[in-house]
Design a protein around this ligand. Structure first.
Ligand code: ZN
Length: 295
């Protein structure tokens, strides 16, 4: 009986020892494998973080310079700017082609600066080939087509003056149709807060791009500097800002403040052409439906 008891006890001990060893092995490997998978999880997360860093959106500013094409004061200084700008060139003038070609060769964007009737102002400020509210549908179409043909390398259009015409749905609808057919977008200079351009653009699946800030609505360096700072603040807050300055009467003040400001803001703001914004922000790609001579 004692012998049998000893045998049972010894086999119980053997079973217990074996069970204990199996458990220890399991715990060791179990913990190890948990540790490994936890480690690999950490490694994987770190790797993913490296592969997909949370990049802040770039703060972009597009500076459009209006009224080029008539041998205007400040044009050479604008063309010599160390960042990408957009030159809005008026059609049918003495340096239309020269300015557009020079801007294109400098890597800048070129747009047609289309003269349009204002509510008030001298007719001679309009320039040749202007769009006025008395024109027929066919005349509007013809004038827009000719203007696009006259400005080499134009990828878009904005309005020169136009406080009257940009609130006229009939005319602006034709202007936008011609732009779209020719692969151009339209930038509303926003000379009239009742402009219909934005809503028309959306209805025609075009980018509703418009001016946010006029840089030189007053011809003084402190004012232009203040407007550039306002534009930079807007670009930081909204990730983008479109501004308009001029050559001509304000030309040298504008070009000098723009140069000084872009140098100062270069690390903070990315200066882009209006075409870059239209492609990257509104994801718009030109799809011309008519042949163009504009090359
Ligand atoms: Zn203008």
């Amino acid at each position: 009986m004692k012998k049998a008891e000893r045998k049972v006890r010894s086999s119980t001990w053997t079973i217990r020892t074996a069970w204990l060893m199996v458990s220890m092995l399991f715990i060791t490997y179990g913990v190890n494998s948990f540790t490994c998978s936890a480690e690999s999880l950490v490694k994987k997360t770190a790797q993913e973080a490296v592969m997909t860093p949370s990049q802040p959106l770039p703060k972009r500013m597009a500076i459009i310079i209006d009224d080029a094409g008539n041998d205007m004061k400040g044009t050479a200084e604008i063309l010599d700017m160390p960042v990408k700008l957009t030159l809005a060139v008026m059609p049918f003038l003495s340096t239309t082609k020269k300015d557009a070609i020079a801007a294109h060769e400098k890597g800048m964007d070129v747009i047609v600066h289309m003269p349009m009737e204002p509510k008030s102002g001298r007719p001679e400020w309009l320039g040749p080939g202007a769009i006025t509210s008395s024109l027929t549908d066919d005349e509007v179409r013809e004038r827009v087509e000719k203007a696009i043909d006259d400005v080499p390398y134009a990828i878009g259009m904005n309005n020169h003056m136009g406080s009257k015409v940009t609130s006229d749905k009939r005319i602006m609808s034709i202007v936008l149709d011609v732009c779209r057919e020719r692969g151009l977008f339209f930038v509303d200079s926003r000379t009239n807060f009742r402009s219909v351009v934005g809503e028309l653009a959306v209805s025609k699946s075009m980018p509703p791009v418009g001016n946010d800030i006029f840089l030189d609505d007053r011809n003084s360096k402190p004012h232009i500097r203040q407007q550039m700072d306002l534009a930079a603040k807007r670009a930081v807050e909204k990730n983008m800002c479109v501004v308009i300055g001029h050559v001509g009467q304000t030309g040298l003040n504008t070009s000098s403040v723009v140069r000084e400001s872009v140098t100062r803001l270069k690390g903070e703001i990315e200066f882009v052409g209006i075409g870059d914004l239209v492609r990257e922000v509104w994801h718009w790609h030109a799809a011309p439906t008519l042949p163009t001579n504009n090359k």
